[in-house]
Design a protein around this ligand. Structure first.
Ligand code: G6P
Ligand code: 1S3
Length: 614
């Protein structure tokens, strides 16, 4: 049975309130915040409907595919305050667009081009310094866009607030420092809006975690300004701090990030807003299991092309494991995953268990091209398939004729039914395909092959796809997409085709990747240093029975965590098919507790608090 969400029932958020959610990733996919905003829309619209609007920067190329602007007539006819504010802002000479974000829920969005304020950058930057002590250097384009967009956001909200007729009130919710820079100015100018600021990861926390192996032990002693200067991120960190301090309600995404906020931003968050997904479940349970089988078959095709050129193994006894995410070797726990895989390889070799594991690393690294050998192998395997299909057709037709014409009912020798042409072509194609070289551990030619941490680990530990290795590696330094000639599928389809996702992060404010597995009925490993894992530990009793496994890294050494992860993998590979199917059923049924329909309540609590405070 799915667990219920451990939150109090949603308070009725003031029905007279308007809500504007401001994020850099509205109609502009950069990373995890896009997923938060986009997936939350249907649940938010359900309650806020016409009282809800999103606000983001206008970047023509990104907006092109996701944004449908209102025509002049539509804008003129619209009677709500958002349209009123857009018209008023246009009347002041600004370029600002109102339209629909073409995603599930079809919310209204206002997009504003930051570049229009570039002529005023000097003035805006000197105001930021004078009023809020935020330094902005001369040549940093992202900071310039942020500063310009901050000013435009402030202008829009000030106009909108003026349109709001009491008792109607305005809540503005800002995500991340890039939009939060508007907050101090809104407070200074006493714009009557109730301000919520959410940080999804502190900037300094991310840098420190990447560079200090004992980040969590040292967190309490960090001198934020000295460290921010050290990493050359003082302006952005100052903006983040100003937003955190200026908001009526300050929030973050997990208990783990709360600690960072306290020590690096010097404000205790008022609330934690965990991330959810828009969980869409099939009416028939077997439907998602069928999809697993369907996409696993596509992964089989990749695996045959990649490995069988050198040697073969039984696909029916092969498990597909994967990890994915931004290339942060230590933060994302790639180091721990590799260590555990090497140990698993050894255990499998010793055990006599017949299972093989293929482990995929899906991440993004600069590369020259796909390795031509990998592409070539895929192409030749296609030719093998075509040859087999031609032979199948020929044998089929001849067998049919022979069957009809025969006067006994014995099956004729099928091999006599294949022409020499096809026999020769069959042999030649296979001959040209087979090789003695080992299957490459990486699918692309990296620009920096020598210093790549994943490759260096594989070389050091000789985990290089030897025939006797029971754990094989495929490092794919690019996103999986339907356009990719190797996989030719959506990331979500790839996830469905796999058996287990491995995400034992060292630093992860929330971490969507394991949740994306759970939503598709694929079991996942996370860690107690990821917001999601920490949430699961606290709120989901017996989560292992639901196929969600949490590696303990908070109190444990790397060595201990590696052994625990190895044990988890070892147990997983020993499950039989029936057990895996049952486990997937449990995983899928537990996904519901992470649906925004349940988790949105945390946001509403925060808005209620902002209305009480502002
Ligand atoms: C799904 C399908 C089954 C298939 C199974 C394979 O459950 O509905 O027909 O046998 O997947 O599971 P496995 O864990 O071996 O990939
Ligand atoms: C952040 O994105 P990231 O991958 O840079 O925000 C995400 C959404 O809240 C969160 O899931 C992730 O852990 C953070 O790191």
């Amino acid at each position: 049975m799915p667990h219920s969400v451990p939150a109090a029932p949603a308070p009725a958020v003031a029905p007279d309130a308007l809500l504007v959610e401001v994020a850099w990733e509205v109609c502009n996919q950069v990373g995890g915040i896009y997923t938060v905003i986009r997936s939350k829309v249907p649940a938010t619209m359900q309650d806020w409907g016409d009282r809800y609007c999103l606000l983001g920067p206008y970047f023509a190329q990104q907006a092109q595919s996701e944004f449908e602007p209102y025509t002049e007539e539509q804008l003129a006819e619209c009677t709500d305050p958002f349209a009123g504010a857009v018209r008023a802002m246009r009347a002041q000479g600004y370029e600002v667009q109102l339209g629909i974000w073409l995603i599930t829920g079809r919310p209204r969005v206002v997009l504003i081009d930051p570049f229009q304020l570039y002529p005023r950058l000097d003035e805006l930057k000197s105001n930021l310094w004078e009023h809020h002590h935020i330094p902005v250097p001369a040549a940093d384009d992202l900071l310039h866009q942020v500063v310009a967009f901050g000013e435009l956001t402030k202008t829009f909200l000030a106009i909108l607030a003026a349109e709001v007729v009491p008792p109607q009130r305005l809540v503005a919710h800002f995500h991340e420092w890039m939009t939060g820079v508007a907050i101090p100015a809104l407070r200074r100018e006493q714009v009557p809006a109730h301000l919520v600021f959410t940080t999804h990861a502190t900037l300094l926390g991310r840098y420190l975690a990447m560079n200090d192996p004992n980040f969590y032990d040292h967190l309490m002693q960090v001198e934020w300004q000295a460290e921010a200067r050290h990493f050359n991120i003082e302006p952005a960190v100052t903006m983040e701090r100003a937003a955190a301090h200026g908001a009526h309600v300050f929030t973050t995404v997990s208990e783990l990030t709360v600690r960072e906020c306290i020590y690096l931003l010097d404000r205790i968050p008022d609330a934690v807003l965990p991330n959810g997904l828009n969980i869409e479940r099939f009416v028939a349970l077997h439907e998602f299991q069928n999809l697993h089988q369907q996409y696993k078959t596509k992964i089989h095709e990749f695996v045959m092309a990649h490995f069988f050129q050198s040697y073969s193994f039984e696909l029916d006894k092969t498990l597909y494991l994967f990890t994915s995410g931004r290339y942060e070797y230590h933060n994302k726990g790639f180091d721990l995953t590799l260590e555990a895989l090497a140990r698993l390889n050894y255990r499998l070799q010793q055990s006599g268990l017949e299972i093989n594991v293929v482990m995929f690393f899906i991440t993004k690294r600069p590369f020259h091209s796909i390795n031509p050998q990998v592409l070539q192998s895929r192409a030749v395997l296609e030719e093998v398939r075509e040859t087999c299909e031609a032979i199948e057709r020929q044998v089929g037709e001849r067998l049919f004729y022979a069957a009809a014409a025969s006067d006994d009912n014995r099956l004729p020798d099928l091999s006599t039914m294949v022409d020499d042409y096809w026999r020769l072509r069959y042999r030649r194609t296979l001959q040209s395909w087979k090789t003695k070289a080992l299957p490459p551990v990486i699918t692309h030619n990296l620009i920096d092959d020598q210093d790549d941490d994943i490759l260096n680990f594989l070389r050091r530990s000789n985990l290089v796809n030897n025939q006797h290795d029971r754990v094989k590696i495929v490092y794919h330094p690019d996103f999986v997409s339907p356009a990719s000639p190797l996989f030719g599928m959506e990331y979500g389809q790839f996830v469905r085709g796999c058996h287990l996702g491995i995400f034992p992060s060292y630093y992860e404010p929330w971490g969507y990747t394991p949740l994306e597995c759970v939503a598709r009925g694929v079991p996942a490993i996370t860690s107690d240093l990821s917001g999601f894992g920490d949430y699961v530990m606290q709120h989901v009793p017996k989560h292992e029975d639901q196929g969600i496994f949490v590696v303990e890294r908070q109190e444990k050494s790397f060595e201990e965590a590696a052994e625990q992860l190895t044990d988890m993998l070892w147990e997983f590979v020993q499950l039989n098919r029936r057990e895996r199917i049952m486990q997937r059923n449990n995983v899928e049924s537990s996904a519901e507790m992470f649906d925004w329909k349940n988790l949105r309540v945390y946001y509403d609590h925060a808005y209620q608090l902002a209305l009480e405070r502002g």
